[in-house]
Design a binder for this molecule. Sequence first.
Ligand code: SF4
Length: 466
Amino acid sequence: MKHSNNRVGATPKPGRRYSDAVQSPYNIGRGDLVYVTTYGCQMNDHDTERMLYQLELNQFLQTQDPSEADVIIINSCSVREKPVHKVMSEIGTYRPLKAKNPKLKIGIGGCVGQQEGKNLLAKSRLLDFVFGTDTIDSLPQILQEVRDQNKRVALTSMDHRGTYEISTLIRNPKVSSFVTITKGCDNFCSFCIVPFTRGREKSRLLSELVTDVKVLVERGVKEVTLLGQNVNSYKSPDGSGGFGDLLRAICDETQIKRLRFTTSHPKDFDDDLIEILVNYREKLGDFVHLPVQSGSSQILERMNRGYTREEYLEKVNRLKNKMPHVALSTDIIVGFPGETDEDFAQTLSLIETVGYENVYAFKYSPRPFTKALKYSEQVSEVIKDKRLQEINDLQERLAPTAIEKYHGQIFPVLVEGPSRTNQNILTGRTTHNKVINFDGKMDLIGHIIPIKVIKAQQFSLRGEVV
Ligand code: SF4
């Protein structure tokens, strides 16, 4: 869960188009307090910011304390196991608050809201509203109906036809910020619920994205992360370019210091992108997250990933040849239906061959609507646990070699702010996306400065200002 007390920080620039909801003159909040919990990925974090931006424009204030809230929103995630059960049990914890304050309104947004829709209202009388991933901009109107007309509302329609037109809504941007470039996904990997909860893939206009980054730069942002389920397949709806063109345009036409993106799909990771990474290294850094999911071609085919083990390794080799210092990370699913000991051994060998700096491994869990749900040969939980442990053990064995090479090196580090665990030291990330902590004055925040690595650990580095 993440919370902040930020207020709306800036008005839209003159001439900027904002959604109808944001332009709306509603004063539905009347200074009441809203509490939001957020689960899942960076896209959900960013969606929460979007909700809060709009709610604050409509005169709500954010609180970090649910017991004083007038509205509670759960921005849910359905990627992992038992998501409905999780949101329902969180709602249950608010029962005493509702008993104390009958005016309290509770809602569910995000992927579980999209997936379950009005079924959720039937599951709990404590719940007042449900909205989906495509109806975030309608949240002020939903709350008006819920609060002023005492209705229970479920609004989870999805716009499959219209163009994807949103603006980047961030209240008080910090050194680093997110910009959503696409929504949805057309890939239908057989394990993934995203195409059902986020809809078909749609891209925003290239020119608008460049403008959004320029506006963020004017507001003090130094680093932008472009977000999409599969950023590589970005395509501006006016035909003005694909993902490579977008990266080039942002690097050339804006003053942004660092540009990151997530998530890349190996199938669409091409030579043009490698060329761009090389040519714009100063802004794009030396880091790529390339989710492989499995090291076995047989399993990759059952996953509908669109590449083989050999094709993936060939792309990694091409990338490493052009960028010898690149740091790679990946996602792995263990225990996908039909995964044999031999398939899993191939995953372990691929991890060793590539030499990732970070591996994010998860146990397969069946998701509604997906093809893999119907696959026979489901793998037992005992075997999934065992394989997950084996991957963690392997990473622990490989990590020291992967990290130790940084010892003594000097990196240009964008100083992001005080460390989360120790407010007296500063934190930032190297060009390899490694978190590095160091002593320094707070006025260094927002600057790129040379930092020498004096201690290398698996999850973070310790450094000193050179
Ligand atoms: S590429 Fe596959 S895993 Fe990623 S969001 Fe699309 S369907 Fe899901």
